[in-house]
Design a protein around this ligand. Structure first.
Ligand SMILES: [Mn+2]
Length: 319
């Protein structure tokens, strides 16, 4: 792996000086944010540090319960003056806790990251936040099987099984090294892909039935209503990945999935080439070039989708 100038010494100093450390991940967590935070949790714990791991979301994705220490994730922070290590989180709001005046190490790979940390370790061309954490912590601590399992799962998920543009020789070198340290690819893949709850297929069925195409079939939209979510028993994590079905169509350049949540609408955008993070930024969200998201407050489903399609036009993304 090419040498990167990351602030190794500064990170080590901060951790050495901290009495307590809190690992945080973003709201509506995915495998990268939880895998990265749990991976760092395991290695710091092993190094004898006093650490906790927390997430402010109501629901954690249960399909990730095979990650070592998953059951240790708390809904609140108990340490009051701990050093915060934020993982895979582009903006401080998405951590969901009041962090006023806190010392924060911000570990991420989002292009749109606001740099809210006192120390920011952001490598936007990396495939996952776990890749940033891997390069950073491999120099400083011992990566054992628990950490390797977490970092590998995060990598598998954010690269969509090693298929994204960020997949490089370095990504496979990292995967190889994590396997050497005890990550079990087959077991992780099984746990990650073969244990879906029924609700996730019930809600997928509704979403697919809503498919509509726009702009010479270059834009595909899917949506689910609050009523359908309640009837299916689905929670947010069960809807992860639905937007990819819309993107997979041959003509589609941009896919949009809208989830009605009370009076708000949560939007996921995916693209094959064009930069949809521009659309997300225009609506106060963020993300990556090909995968971004945001929430529209007090906005109906149809109105939200119309607004976004309009924005894609005005930004001339498909011309
Ligand atoms: Mn990520």
């Amino acid at each position: 792996m090419k040498t990167l100038s990351l602030p190794f010494i500064e990170v080590k100093e901060k951790i050495d000086q901290a009495q307590h450390i809190t690992l945080l991940s973003h709201l509506n967590p995915d495998a990268d944010t939880l895998g990265t935070s749990l991976g760092i949790y395991a290695l710091l714990k092993k190094a004898g540090k006093k650490v906790e791991v927390a997430n402010a979301s109501k629901h954690l994705p249960q399909y990730l319960d095979f990650l070592p220490n998953f059951s240790k994730i708390k809904g609140k922070m108990d340490y009051e003056d701990s050093l915060i290590i934020a993982c895979d989180c582009g903006s401080i709001d998405r951590l969901g806790f009041d962090l006023t005046g806190r010392d924060i190490i911000n570990i991420d790979h989002h292009h749109s990251n606001e740099g809210y940390g006192s120390l920011n370790v952001i490598v936007s061309h990396f495939a996952s936040a776990s890749q940033v954490a891997y390069v950073l912590f491999d120099r400083l601590y011992d990566i054992d099987a628990a950490t390797a399992t977490c970092f590998y799962t995060a990598l598998l998920s954010d690269t969509r099984y090693f298929t994204t543009a960020a997949v490089t020789e370095d990504v496979f070198a990292m995967a190889k090294d994590l396997i050497a340290r005890g990550a079990k690819p087959e077991k992780i893949a099984y746990n990650f892909t073969q244990r879906r709850p029924l609700a996730s297929l019930r809600i997928l069925e509704k979403a697919l039935a809503s498919l509509s195409l726009h702009h010479e079939a270059k834009i595909a939209t899917l949506f689910v209503t609050q009523e359908q979510i309640l009837a299916s028993g689905a929670s947010t994590p069960d809807m992860e990945g639905i937007v990819d079905y819309a993107r997979s169509l041959v003509t589609v350049e941009v896919a949009l999935f809208a989830i009605e949540l009370g009076s708000d609408v949560r939007i996921s955008l995916r693209s094959k080439k064009v930069d949809v993070s521009q659309v997300a930024l225009a609506f106060g969200g963020g993300g990556h070039k090909l995968a971004a998201g945001f929430t529209l407050k007090q906005c109906g489903l149809q109105e939200s989708m119309d607004k976004i399609i309009q924005k894609i036009h005005t930004l001339k993304l498909l011309d």
